[in-house]
Design a binder for this molecule. Structure first.
Ligand code: DGJ
Length: 722
């Protein structure tokens, strides 16, 4: 009896082992998706399933990919034999909760720098298809991927998972870098080693989705991620709403990474013949650490990801931190003068200019009533636009089109235009509610708000588009019995409105803002020229915040304003702001004579060098996460010009810094180093000021940087000399 039992156990173990260690399915064909340096390789098994066989540095001989095993099904459906987190889960009309996906067709099209691969998968038993799309940006080494899901069953099917991408990685160890935060503390970088099981970074916030987590990550193989060495995958999701990125290590130590819309509370009832298109997941592979991955993203973003990514940007003076809600025409026109004096391009009027029955004197009332407050601005916006023009600056305006204060005429007129649960108390955040953008009437209202304003004041040259709350108590009166579609439909509706606006106003610069950096993603940046990283404008904090964003977003998109927040010198705050799209939010008439002279010179330096910062290659040299200083530089493509920024954060007394080796220069060129942005009458302490070195020397030996006092900074212009 005992013997039989043992035999049975042995047989069971053998069967189980066989199930686990099935030989790799024989391969019929490989599909190679390549950029200049990266390859993502799939194979079609004899069983017609799609397998991912490789993701990494491109191999010289494509034939070598054939040597790799077909271990991981590419886009794994739920049901069937899947044992871990699926990419897709569907409930059919007959109650069957499984999918099987077999390759039915594939095609590759080339269009210059873009190679598009499209793989059609079909279920052999149910009329369901999933198309996986990949666009490989050759020069930028970025791959964009998304899925399209469709069926011809009689009634809707229920989708409860719908990933944009599932990628497989094999390594001994995996290190995940994520960027978390909160209001005024966005993009805090944190790295941890993944352990078996699943790790999820996500947002369920709907609007202001990135308040606590931004949809970006680095995944480093075998060792923690370095700046300039090691295998790193960098990924981000282009979706302006709730997202989910799941990282799961399976029983064999393989990692699957699944990215897409957050399926949380979002079962999707897909009608026959309707196509569910997932957002785009963008990723790059670098075998030279995070630095190269960032440069890949920056280049791609400027060329393809951001509205007018290679264009110009307006420097500006904003009145938010200068006045908050407390302003009138006289105060504003005085600020126009300050803008002109500094030499910036535009004045941006922030929150607080609208509402009459309920004037917007603070954040408790008036939101949604987009008419000028007559007591504050008796001559209206048109007058302000003219006055700004007379002073020689353009005029821009703040809007928060998707939101409403309950204390507003808009709310009184349309109480059914807001997202709120029936039979529950309204829940406010910053005293406001989210409008139900899924309702076409609300979409029309938002479109018309912008359209009417620009039609009436065609000289408005800039919009700051704010969004100060997340979704809570979420229920759409418009969607009725489709409540699980709210989060998805909201984002689609947002894009619909932006599509209409962009069709009519293709070149108007619009800043993406969300109570600081609550919206920063490549889904929105198709429509927006720039974003507001954080309401925290303290120069010291900004070093970290901007450092965080710099991993995934090019500096041309980052609006950095000089304000009076923080205890650092004006020079420090100016140097920090110059690492992106510079602006001011300050009362110019309160500057000392030296500060004003310095600032005017800084604006001129910025105008002279902004292209280098915006479009140059970024090299992060010393990380504030590892040292009590931060050093980085931007180099232009011909490598004849570079600019270096160095910040001393809170060093110990008598701290001695070693020389910093530069990167990205041409070893065979000679470069002159000059410190710029110096306060008038200040003693320069840069020992190499005015000296010339070879690129070889600067990259092998380095240079001693001047900043060793608490919260001091230096900007060094590096120019080729022939
Ligand atoms: C939040 C933004 O981040 C700030 O810059 C400012 O525009 C306020 N909203 C205005 O309410």
């Amino acid at each position: 009896m005992k013997k039989n039992f043992l035999l049975l156990i042995l047989i069971l173990v053998a069967v189980n082992l066989q199930a686990q260690f099935q030989p790799a399915p024989q391969t019929q064909k490989q599909l190679i998706i390549e950029t200049d340096n990266t390859a993502l390789v799939y194979s079609i098994g004899k069983n017609q399933k799609l397998y991912q066989v490789y993701l990494g540095e491109k191999l010289k001989n494509a034939a070598d990919y054939q040597l790799l095993p077909s271990k991981h099904e590419a886009y794994i459906p739920s049901g069937g034999d899947n044992l871990f987190e699926p990419a897709i889960k569907m409930l059919h009309n007959d109650g069957n909760p499984s999918l099987e996906l077999l390759v039915s067709d594939e095609k590759v099209t080339r269009d210059g720098n873009l190679v598009t691969t499209s793989i059609l998968l079909k279920d052999p038993k149910y009329p369901v298809e999933v198309r996986l799309n990949f666009v490989a940006f050759q020069k930028e080494n970025i791959i964009k991927t998304w899925a399209e899901i469709k069926h011809q069953e009689k009634k809707p099917v229920v989708l409860s998972n719908y990933a944009s991408a599932m990628l497989h990685v094999d390594a001994d160890k995996y290190w995940l870098t994520q960027f978390h935060g909160d209001w005024a503390q966005e993009m805090r970088m944190e790295e941890s080693q993944l352990t078996s099981g699943i790790k999820i970074i996500d947002s369920k916030l709907g609007t202001r989705a990135n308040m606590y987590q931004t949809p970006v990550f680095f995944l480093a193989k075998n060792q923690s991620a370095n700046e300039n060495s090691g295998d790193v995958i960098a990924g981000t999701l282009g979706w302006t709403g709730s997202f989910q990125m799941a990282f799961e290590i399976d029983n064999e130590g393989s990692l699957r990474m699944i990215s897409g819309i957050n399926p949380f509370a979002s079962e999707y009832h897909l009608n026959p013949n309707e196509t569910f298109t997932t957002p785009e997941f963008l990723f790059t592979f670098s075998n030279q650490g995070k630095g190269q991955a960032s440069r890949n993203f920056h280049r791609w973003a400027r060329n393809y990801g951001v509205m007018d990514g290679n264009g110009n940007r307006l420097s500006l003076l904003n009145n938010w931190e200068a006045t908050y809600f407390d302003f009138d025409e006289a105060k504003l026109t005085e600020l126009f003068g300050g803008a002109k004096e500094l030499g910036v391009d535009l004045f941006l009027l922030d929150d607080g200019w609208f509402g009459n029955k309920y004037p917007r004197a603070n954040d408790r009332a008036g939101l949604g009533d987009w008419q000028e407050t007559t007591t504050k601005l008796p001559h209206g916006l048109g007058y302000l636009v003219e006055q700004a023009e007379a002073k020689g600056v353009k005029f821009g305006i703040w809007l928060e089109p998707e939101m409403v204060n309950p204390k507003s005429e808009l709310y009184e007129k349309h109480p059914d235009w807001v997202l709120k649960l029936p039979n529950r108390e309204e829940h406010y955040y910053r005293n406001q509610l989210v409008l139900d953008l899924t309702n076409p009437e609300v979409q029309e209202f938002v479109f018309k708000l912008v359209d009417d304003m620009i039609t009436k004041n065609p000289k408005i040259g800039f919009i700051k588009w704010d969004c100060n709350r997340m979704m809570t108590n979420t229920y759409s009166p418009y969607l009725k019995d489709k409540q699980s579609h709210v989060q998805i439909e909201y984002v689609r509706s947002f894009y619909k409105v932006m599509d209409r606006l962009r069709a009519k106003y293709p070149t108007l610069p619009i800043m993406l803002c969300s109570g600081g950096g609550g919206r920063t993603d490549y889904g929105a940046l198709k429509y927006f020229t720039e974003f507001w990283p954080s309401d925290n404008t303290d120069g010291y904090e900004r070093v970290f915040i901007q450092w965080g964003y710099s991993y995934f977003f090019p500096s041309i998109t980052s609006c950095n304003h000089i304000t009076t927040m923080g205890k650092q010198s004006l020079k420090f705050r100016t140097d920090v702001a110059m690492m992106g799209k510079m602006g001011y939010d300050i009362r110019v008439n309160e500057m000392t004579a030296d500060e004003l002279t310095f600032s005017k010179q800084a604006v001129q330096n910025y105008n002279r060098l902004k292209d280098l910062v915006w479009k140059g290659d970024l090299y992060r040299l010393v990380s504030p996460y590892e040292d009590d200083r931060a050093v980085l530089m931007y180099t232009n493509e011909p490598k004849n010009k570079a600019i270096l920024f160095a910040y001393s954060l809170h060093p110990r007394a008598f701290n001695q810094y070693s020389a910093v080796r530069l990167l990205g220069l041409d070893a065979n060129k000679n470069y002159k180093l000059e410190e710029i942005n110096k306060m008038p009458n200040s003693r320069g302490r840069f020992v190499a000021d005015g000296k010339t070195f070879s690129g070889d020397y600067l990259m092998k030996i380095g240079v001693q940087l001047p900043n060793n006092g608490d919260l001091t900074s230096a900007v060094i212009e590096i120019s080729e000399v022939k």
